[in-house]
Ligand binder design. Structure first.
Ligand code: G6P
Length: 609
């Protein structure tokens, strides 16, 4: 998703702007650009494609100037071309934008009627002409920006610079995130604290409706009523060092391998390993879950599949009625929220537009809201009643891996705590469950020794056009997550199904060209899943069985290939089985030669609906 940076600086802005944009790359983008003031004039450089292409443009035509803005664009209105890339500019103002301006058609018609000439297909350009029009009417830059923002509807963040106004950067936030960085002699705007980390750790997050004015190092913030306001300045923990690949070929590979460590780190926050109990540092959540009449779980993408696995856990371990839905549906389908209900939202970035909107809606409907998030300063974290952090660290690969298993870790701990609070789980059972959870990181490390098997299999299966994933119970949502992972990074069509649903449709697809990945720990339902495997194999299907030693032995010789994993408590199997599933997707994508870390069309943080 688009990333924004603005600098009211004292040194050459271009290298700083590009450095910050590089830190926003992880959000996903397909063109980039920067603009600065050179002797009072607006100059810009833009390029479709990745930042290396913008670097090339800057080498050929360097850009001076100390005041500037920059942008990575994830195309929504208009293709990722140079003319659609930001900054958009007139002779008077240059502007970058994240989000969507909903009333751009009406505004554009009115501005065209007034003689404005549009050069791009973007919704953003309307803001440029609107500000220019107001400047031409005699308004000063800050007033013109404020008046323009008043006329825009939608969800957006903006940053702009003005010809002839050295040191001035104006920003606005409505819906999309925007942070202000406080330096000693400079001030900054950025989509997140991570982008600003090379320059400063003193950061304030704007509220919706805020307009911010940077005059060199001086920062003024105005609320939606135009009143001067202070927003709390926090010291961020975002690291200034560029997150690097630590010797791995891709961030995704690094993040897959980090899972034993980050899961252990996350579990350490929620579990007491000596007493073998869940020990929440957010104790209010216990009372909330004890009395909950129902739990609603919502999220998008991979985080939603974590939520679906959580549904099985809360039902089984805490006998709590759970409803789970993707946020883009929940927010619009007029759900019936019960009195005394609790709503739990899961998000790596904490900025996903649909998840945030669903949270606001649930809150307005009287639900106590809990957020499981990886970015503690994010909008979702700030708006939820209770925040349960994951400790995955920055996740750069667009396809979520370690954030997912950390989300599962929190949900597992929370479900056990809810079970205790609701009198469903006795202390002995709690000890056993906590002990099983604590063993997961070690089992993942053990599984990693199978990496070469998965790599070879990935190369072999990469020719497939369609792939099916099957699982039962807690492994059904993981089957859907496996299919999502594969399609995201390899562009191979994949579907995740409940194993028992095979006969009701997908079996029609089976032939020798369709690999069927079966996720089946040797649990109570194993025999049933084996029957589904047999049905597949009888039709020539290539079954790849992911199971423990007992499961592989019980299934016999029939599978095309086996991926052995250590035996674990089947309740928490998804935490371990996620890893072979991610690894298989990774090696299939690698064999196909796709851009694993930044797959086409995808964004890391989806801040538009
Ligand atoms: C995008 C990302 C996914 C992620 C989803 C939800 O689609 O590409 O990896 O699962 O958004 O993001 P969130 O930050 O809310 O977890």
């Amino acid at each position: 998703m688009c990333g924004i940076i603005g600098i009211a600086g004292t040194q050459d802005a271009a290298p700083q702007l590009v450095e910050a944009l590089r830190r926003l790359e992880y959000r996903g983008y397909d063109s980039a650009g920067i603009a600065t003031l050179v002797e009072g004039r607006i100059e810009r450089r833009r390029s479709p494609g990745k930042l290396t292409q913008l670097d090339r443009v800057l080498q050929q035509k360097p850009l001076g100037g100390r005041t500037g803005i920059g942008h990575t664009r994830w195309a929504t209105h208009g293709a990722p071309t140079e003319s659609n890339a930001h900054p958009h500019a007139s002779r008077r103002v240059a502007l970058v934008h994240n989000g969507i301006i909903e009333n751009f058609r009406e505004l554009r018609s009115a501005l065209i009627a007034k003689g404005h000439h549009f050069e791009s297909e973007t919704d953003t350009e309307v803001a440029v002409h609107l500000v220019t029009d107001l400047l031409d009417q005699g308004l000063a830059p800050v007033e013109a920006a404020r008046e323009a923002v008043r006329q825009l509807t939608g969800a957006y963040a903006l940053a702009m610079i003005f010809a002839g106004h050295e040191g001035l950067v104006v920003g606005a936030r409505k819906g999309s995130p925007l942070a202000v960085g406080y330096g000693d002699v400079e001030a900054y705007l950025g989509s997140d604290a991570f982008a600003l980390a090379p320059f400063t750790h003193r950061v304030a997050y704007l509220d919706d409706g805020d307009v911010v004015v940077l005059h060199g190092p001086k920062v003024e913030i105005f609320d939606s009523a135009g009143q001067p306001v202070q927003r709390q300045i926090r010291m961020t923990t975002a690291s200034a060092g560029l997150v690097d690949k630590a010797g791995y070929r891709h961030f995704m590979a690094k993040e897959i391998h980090e899972q034993p460590e980050v899961i252990a780190h996350t579990l350490a926050h929620y579990l007491d390993p000596s007493a073998l109990v869940v020990q929440l540092r957010e104790p209010e959540v216990i009372e909330v879950l004890r009395h909950a009449s129902r739990l609603t779980i919502s999220a998008c993408g991979t985080a939603f599949y974590a939520g679906l696995i959580g549904k099985y856990w809360f039902e089984r371990l805490a006998r709590l009625a759970v409803e789970a839905d993707v946020a883009s549906e929940l927010r619009y389908r007029e759900p019936v929220y019960p009195a005394g209900g609790v709503a739990l939202f899961i998000s790596q970035s904490g900025e996903t537009a649909d998840t945030l909107a669903a949270l606001r809606d649930a809150k307005a409907s009287g639900q106590t809201t809990i957020a499981v998030v990886n970015v503690p300063e994010s909008s979702i974290a700030r708006e939820a009643d209770i925040v349960l952090p994951t400790f995955a660290g920055p996740e750069i690969g667009v396809a979520s891996t370690k954030a997912f298993t950390c989300q599962l870790s929190v949900l597992a701990a929370l479900a056990i705590a809810a079970g205790r609070a609701r009198g469903v789980i006795e202390p002995d059972r709690e000890h056993a469950l906590v002990a099983s959870l604590l063993e997961i990181p070690r089992h993942i490390v053990e599984f990693m020794t199978q990496e070469e098997t998965v790599e070879a299999l990935g190369g072999d299966l990469a020719k497939a056009r369609d792939v099916l994933y099957l699982g039962r119970g807690v492994n059904f949502p993981l089957a859907m997550e496996g299919a999502l992972k594969l399609k995201e990074i390899s562009y191979i069509h994949a579907e995740g199904y409940a194993a028992g649903e095979m006969k009701h449709g997908p079996i029609a697809l089976i032939d020798e060209n369709v690999p069927v990945i079966v996720l089946a720990p040797h649990d109570t339902w194993f025999e049933k899943t084996v029957s589904n495997m047999q049905e597949t194999m009888a039709r020539g299907g290539k079954v790849i069985l992911i199971s423990d030693v007992a499961g592989i032995a019980a299934a016999g010789e029939a599978a095309y290939a086996n991926i052995p994993v250590p035996a674990v408590d089947p309740t928490f199997a998804p935490l371990l089985y996620a890893v072979p599933v991610q690894m298989l997707a990774y090696y299939m994508a690698l064999a196909k030669g796709t851009d694993v870390d930044q797959p086409r069309n995808l964004a890391k943080s989806v801040t538009v609906e």
